[in-house]
Design a protein around this ligand. Structure first.
Ligand SMILES: [Zn+2]
Length: 383
């Protein structure tokens, strides 16, 4: 098969004049165009480095503005859902990920609907089964056994091992965080998403401290940042992923770069929940690998990779640390794949990326394509 797109985007760069020879769905040769081009733009599929398929049913349901208030609204809605509802929501979200051009997801699951949904729509990815020990401190071993059961259930369906991952520093006790961090990469944790986490870890104060007290725990002021705490418990190592990393200082960023952790950037969710804008340009300058994540529809809104890219550009402009559209498309594809260790994910021979066509006429830059794109203009070519 020969593909003759009128343009292609390679690691974010908009280019023209090439055709792509495919064999069994893989690019084997790239050469100068030898015939009339077709009316689409070729790109590697998107990599959604942070996802919660199971919250799709809560899209548009939970008021945003404040992270802790949002979590408080989410908990009762979640508790009222049946397993069938969770499975159905996961399936909708998995379909929508495919429709917007996602070829791989990094999925955080608290429950067990994701694996079957991913299989049903041919969506590849990795599942991180979440461990939350807050509220179960009297019997952590039983809680861990319960989560192991869920991970085993999803492993059996997915065919790949589903590992146990700490949900966040405010929801997992230090001992469990330490023992989970001993496991081999890749692990993933929500970190420094809102300002409240540093309040808790550094000062033992703020809304999370109140929450801990209500669960019978006395918060401890550790006098260090969330990122320093994660280093101390052994989580910061190459291949592990920090989700969000909004409230981070320049010394936190230096430590993250030194330890080789990656970041999942979820700009729409951060906006909706009133979190600080993540300093992504400063991460990139330090060589920290960054990918883009659609997070959950309950905080990000519709499953739409173009909307996420627009938000990433806009957020970076608001803090005066502009990311170029090319950098953002790179994070959505090649760079995002590298951030989670997927290997080659580009448009050259040897790449393992599935391919998408983006059908928007008369576009001549990555910026225009991000501006005008939507799930409706994506067509799958391979994968
Ligand atoms: Zn998340």
């Amino acid at each position: 098969m020969i593909l003759r797109p009128y343009a292609f985007i390679s690691n974010g760069e908009f280019q023209m004049g090439a055709e792509f020879v495919l064999d069994e769905g893989r690019i084997v040769e790239v050469r100068p165009q030898s015939g009339l081009p077709d009316d689409y733009i070729l790109s590697p599929a998107f990599v959604n480095v942070h996802s919660h398929l199971e919250y799709r049913g809560m899209q548009g349901m939970l008021e945003g503005g404040d992270f802790v208030e949002w979590i408080r609204r989410l908990i009762p809605v979640k508790a009222a859902q049946s397993a069938e509802e969770v499975a159905a929501d996961c399936l909708v979200a998995a379909h929508e990920n495919r429709a917007t051009g996602v070829g791989w997801i990094g999925e955080h699951s608290d429950r067990v609907g994701a694996a079957a949904a991913m299989n049903a729509v041919g969506l590849r990815g990795r599942i991180f089964q979440e461990v939350i020990t807050a509220g179960s401190m009297n019997d952590i071993d039983s809680k861990l056994d319960f989560v192991r059961g869920k991970a085993a259930h999803q492993t059996a369906i997915l065919g790949d091992e589903v590992s146990l991952n700490p949900h966040a520093t405010y929801s997992v006790d230090e001992g469990t965080l330490r023992s989970l961090s001993e496991k081999a990469a890749p692990l993933s944790i929500h970190a420094a998403e809102s300002l409240y986490e540093n309040q808790l870890i550094r000062h033992g104060a703020g809304p999370y401290a109140e929450l801990e007290r209500s669960l019978g725990l006395e918060p401890i002021a550790l006098g260090m940042s969330v990122i320093e705490y994660l280093d101390q418990v052994g989580f910061l190592k190459p291949g592990n992923q920090l989700v969000h990393a909004c409230d981070v200082s320049s010394s936190d960023l230096d430590l993250m770069a030194e330890r080789g952790v990656s970041v999942a950037h979820c700009p729409r969710s951060n906006d909706y929940l009133g979190c600080p804008v993540a300093p992504v340009l400063e991460m990139v300058r330090r060589g920290i690998p960054v990918g883009l994540g659609l997070d959950s529809a309950a905080s990000s809104g519709p499953v739409d990779f173009f909307a996420e890219m627009r938000s990433a550009v806009d957020a970076s402009l608001r803090i005066g640390k502009a990311l170029s559209p090319e950098q953002v498309w790179g994070m959505a594809t090649t760079g995002g794949a590298a951030s989670i260790g997927l290997g080659r994910w580009d448009l050259w021979p040897g790449s393992r990326a599935p391919l998408i066509a983006v059908e928007v006429p008369n576009v001549f830059s990555t910026e225009e394509l991000i501006e005008r794109g939507s799930p409706g203009v994506v067509r799958w070519i391979t994968g």
